[in-house]
Each structure stands twice: as C-alpha cells, then as structure tokens.
Design a protein around this ligand. Structure first.
Ligand SMILES: [Zn+2]
Ligand SMILES: [Zn+2]
Length: 242
C-alpha cells in the first residue's frame, strides 16, 4: 500500500472526472461524488437490489424468495452506472490503483445500514473475495483486497485473507444461475493458515468485493467461510451493484 503523501507526489491529486484539485490521495471531488447513484431504501433485504416505489417491510425480491443462500444478506453502496462504473473500470482494468481510497470510502457509505452499523461486539472481520493467482498475476493486484484493506484501516476493523481461489473459472456472465453455481463449486478454499488456526470461528464476517452481480461468487465464498472456517454469519459488502 502506497502512503497517501507519496501518491500525491506520484499522481498529483485531481478529480478523476472534472480535474478539480484535491488533496490526500483523493481523486473524486464532492460534486462528482454527488452525481453517483447511492442505493437507498427500498431494496431487497437479501440481495440489495433497489426497487422503485413503496415496498412492504422485510421485502425479498422474486430472485431471492425461496433461495437457499449462504450469506445473510448482500449490501452494495452504489449502483454500477455511469461514473461509478467508469471509476471501477479505471481501477480494475486500467490499473489506476490510486483510486482505492475513494472506492473504499464509497463502500463505507453503506454503513448507514443499521444491519452493518450495529455489529460492534464482536466487530466485523473483513474478508476479501480472492482472485485466482493467474488473474492476479495478470492484473497484479486484487481489487477486492485493496478496497478491503483500506476499509479495514479506516474503520479500524480486522482483515483476514481467509480464502484462496483454487480453480480458474471462465467468465460467469453468460451462464445461467444454476450453471454459475455449479461452475463455482470447489473454486474457493480456505487459506492454509486460516484452516490451521481458525481465526474466524464464531465471528461475524463481512465479505468484500468490488461489484455484486449475480451473487453466485459471494454465495460460494460464504458457504466455505461458514462450513470450513466456522464463521458465525457472512454478510456481503460491495462498492457497486450491477
Ligand atoms: Zn469532480
Ligand atoms: Zn433479492
């Protein structure tokens, strides 16, 4: 992790979108941030999908109803639209690693959700969704890990790199829901150190990823974290929702 003052030197901070001058490793100005689409109620209490209009309390969407999900619920801070999508694209694919602080700060906006905010004793342990080493080698960083590490430091929460991706899976987007789950079976294992020491046993885990789309990756990670690491519960927090 590069300290903010070095980043300021390496990439003189100005807004990613409007070039307004900024400080302390920030690359998104308040005006441009205000243009993003935060996810606010009403949304599905399981998958975080927002809906228009009035919804009953404890609403679950038709995708989630009757589903046997391994995570308690998934919460994303912003919709993956327009500038938010562009920001994440620059971070992930153009390797603009200096954006990690702004992305973590966007994710932190989901702390408005009392289901996240009230978990304090014990606090959340953050676990990033891992990349396969081959993909990581190509991209040279794991976007989820960078966001999780920044979030952990800023909110003073423990972070455990609990999972490893043992199978290189093809892009999931073209597959149907059932096929996606099958495709991911056995794709994740516990990191050896975590399997040995079991630091997550009985703890509430916040699984961190960049974008939530179908939820099948998160679901498989949550399954492993509960079944093999003994996590008390797993909640998914992402910066964006597709
Ligand atoms: Zn701006
Ligand atoms: Zn749902």
């Amino acid at each position: 992790m590069i300290p903010a003052r070095w980043l300021d030197y390496l990439y003189p901070p100005s807004c990613h979108f409007c070039d307004a001058p900024l400080r302390k490793g920030r690359y998104l100005c308040d005006a441009c941030r205000a243009k993003l689409h935060p996810i606010a109620t009403p949304f599905c209490l399981r998958c975080g999908m927002p809906f228009d209009g009035a919804l009953p309390d404890h609403f679950e969407c038709h995708q989630c109803r009757g589903q046997d999900l391994s995570f308690e619920f998934a919460r994303a801070a912003y919709l993956a639209r327009d500038e938010a999508r562009e920001l994440m694209h620059s971070f992930k694919y153009e390797k603009q690693l200096h954006l990690h602080r702004d992305l973590a700060s966007l994710a932190a906006d989901a702390w408005d959700d009392p289901r996240l905010a009230t978990q304090t004793a014990p606090p959340w342990t953050l676990v990033p969704v891992p990349l396969h080493w081959r993909r990581k080698q190509w991209r040279w960083f794991n976007q989820a890990e960078e966001i999780a590490r920044t979030l952990a430091r800023e909110r003073n929460l423990p972070l455990v790199k609990a999972l490893r991706r043992v199978r290189y899976t093809t892009q999931q987007t073209r597959l149907h829901r059932r096929a996606r789950l099958e495709n991911l079976r056995g794709a994740f294992r516990l990191a050896r150190r975590v399997a040995r020491r079991q630091p997550l046993r009985g703890k509430p885990v916040l699984l961190i990823d960049d974008v939530f789309t179908t939820g099948s990756t998160a679901n498989e990670c949550a399954r492993v974290l509960k079944a093999e690491a003994g996590a008390e519960k797993v909640v998914v927090l992402t910066v964006l929702r597709g």
